[in-house]
Design a protein around this ligand. Structure first.
Ligand code: 5AD
Ligand code: SF4
Length: 522
């Protein structure tokens, strides 16, 4: 496998990027005769142009992940800490990296002062996510000075961005290790290099790698689990950095997904969430195979696990087949997250979303009719370049028509390298902030109203733990993904219970425990 990866290394290097780099000059001076070898192993920078290319080559499925003999047990007596930023995909990547650390003999810690390795698993979706990470990198500097053997690493989506990496190289030389989203399985080798090298170790493949099937996972908790069904995104919405940082769409083989879900069911997990940047495109890249998300969900429906969720959906590929399967219910719960982004056709068009307000609403109502008690949530961006007040009002009116149960709302954030970032923008930040506030007021109104409508209803709740505010109160989610708090014994954690809703707030519901329910999977 190493030979093959070395080739990919070479493809990813663009000499023009490197000439201007000061850190490279520094490395050159320090290395000498075996510079080429050293370079190949330790300096693999990201390249957004390379990341944008979509190649025809098919995905290789690899299941030979293993830890080379000379690296085994390098973590014995050592501790690791991973800080995770961003989406569920990152949360799950962290579980994989934690699994690798544990296979290497490392122990997890929550305390920075105890850690021998600190990794920041980063998010690039908006500028404020990146600023948080830069704050944390700066904050780790004194610790690194105190403990020179500490390895400080940056991975995740920000590591795929040239501008970010250059900034780290120039201003944060206490960072020891940078690796990208396609290099996670190389963590053992990279850690070893970082331990023994005096220089910063960097390996960021811009071209997406294989689908690696047998990576270890140290899952957080034993009630709910993430299951990746696909990686990457080919939609290239004009504002979004994800297709660059996560590569082209690659579906896992159906049999692998089913096997993982069965295994989780056997181990007593109560809920799984099928994960992908755009799960509705599942299977489109499986050459010669008509198997899609609808087929996958129909098979998973028959597995004895009480709850199955999926995220994130794009209206583009939401087929009638899939709606039909979701309507069968059983363990497929009644919650649809369907990002709309804007309610105005001109904005949707420049966003490259490939649907109109009308076709979104048609799909929305079709889903509502097919799955009558479903809850709906969405993502919305305000203040897209040159968005007018009238255009924004169309977003408000769409929210009013859909009466969403919740929405993640964002101010547009230009992402370097994306088409939207090159657009001139005549909307001031003050106006964007004011629109966000107005939108949130409408979103919160419908959220509270949909909660009010649940008063006196009896619902199934999966008890996930104690409430954050009061450890005498249990907390969990309904099938429709609403948070319910109620009093009950801790022995119910991990169980499905029936609760009567007694109070409704904007963000959560209060209830009284009726009884434990046996999970019925149809
Ligand atoms: N600015 C603001 N919000 C963004 N999102 C994605 N890219 C950007 C950006 N550049 C939002 C979208 C997406 C969610 C995950 O993040 O609403 O659905
Ligand atoms: Fe980004 Fe659009 Fe892909 Fe979602 S579908 S990850 S918003 S490019």
């Amino acid at each position: 496998m190493d030979e093959k990866h070395r080739n990919i290394h070479n493809q990813a290097v663009e000499p023009t990027d490197l000439k201007s780099d000061k850190n490279l000059e520094r490395l050159k001076k320090k290395t000498s005769a075996d510079f080429a070898k050293y370079f190949e192993q330790t300096y693999m920078p990201p390249n957004l142009k390379e990341a944008r290319r979509r190649r025809k080559n098919t995905t290789q499925y690899v299941d030979d992940f293993g830890i080379p003999e000379d690296i085994q047990n390098i973590g014995a007596g050592r501790k690791f800490l991973i800080r995770t930023y961003g989406c569920q995909m990152n949360e799950h990547d962290t579980e994989v990296m934690a699994g690798i650390f544990e296979e290497l003999g490392y122990e997890a810690t929550e305390h920075e002062e105890e850690a021998d390795v600190i990794l920041l698993n980063t998010c690039a979706i908006r500028e404020n996510a990146e600023n948080k990470v830069f704050g944390e990198i700066g904050h780790l500097k004194p610790l690194k000075q105190e403990k020179p053997d500490l390895i400080v690493g940056v991975c995740g989506c920000m590591a795929q961005e040239e501008a970010v990496v250059n900034r780290i190289l120039q201003k944060h030389q206490h960072v020891d290790l940078i690796f990208g989203t396609h290099n996670i399985h190389r963590l053992p080798q990279l850690l070893k290099e970082a331990m023994f090298s005096k220089e910063m170790v960097m390996e960021v493949w811009s071209k997406e790698g294989d689908v690696i099937e047998n990576l270890p996972k140290a899952r957080k908790g034993n009630i709910r689990a993430w299951v990746n069904i696909m990686y990457g995104c080919d939609k290239f919405c004009t504002y979004c950095i994800v297709p660059y940082t996560r590569g082209k769409e690659r579906s896992r083989q159906p049999a692998e997904v089913i096997h993982e879900v069965r295994d989780l069911a056997r181990r007593g997990y109560k809920e799984i969430t099928l994960l992908g940047q755009n799960v509705n495109a599942y299977g489109k890249d499986l050459e010669g195979n008509p198997y899609r998300l609808s087929h996958l969900m129909d098979e998973i429906r028959k597995i004895d696990i009480p709850r199955v969720r999926f995220t994130t959906s794009h209206p583009w590929d939401f087929t009638d087949d899939l709606i039909e399967v979701l309507a069968k219910g059983g363990n497929l719960v009644e919650h649809i997250h369907l990002p709309v982004q804007s309610g105005n056709n001109a904005i949707l068009k420049i966003m490259g979303r490939n649907y109109t307000r009308e076709s979104y609403l048609e799909l929305f109502h079709k889903l509502k009719k097919a799955i009558p008690h479903a809850s709906f949530t969405t993502d919305i961006i305000v203040g897209y370049p040159n968005e007018t007040e009238e255009q924004f009002q169309e977003t408000l009116s769409l929210v009013e028509e859909c009466e969403f149960d919740g929405a993640y709302t964002f101010i547009y954030s230009p992402r370097p390298g994306t088409p939207a970032a090159r657009m001139e923008d005549n909307v001031s930040m003050d106006v964007k902030k004011e629109r966000l506030q107005r939108l949130n007021t409408v979103v919160n109104h419908f959220m509270a109203e949909s909660n009010q409508k649940m008063l006196d209803e009896v619902v199934d709740v999966l008890v996930e733990g104690v409430s954050k505010k009061n450890d005498e109160v249990l907390s969990g989610h309904t099938r429709t993904n609403k948070v319910v708090n109620f009093k009950g014994p801790k022995s119910l954690i991990g169980k499905l219970v029936q609760v009567r809703i007694t109070g409704a707030k904007t963000w959560s519901l209060d209830g009284e425990l009726l009884k434990e329910v046996e999970a019925m999977v149809q």
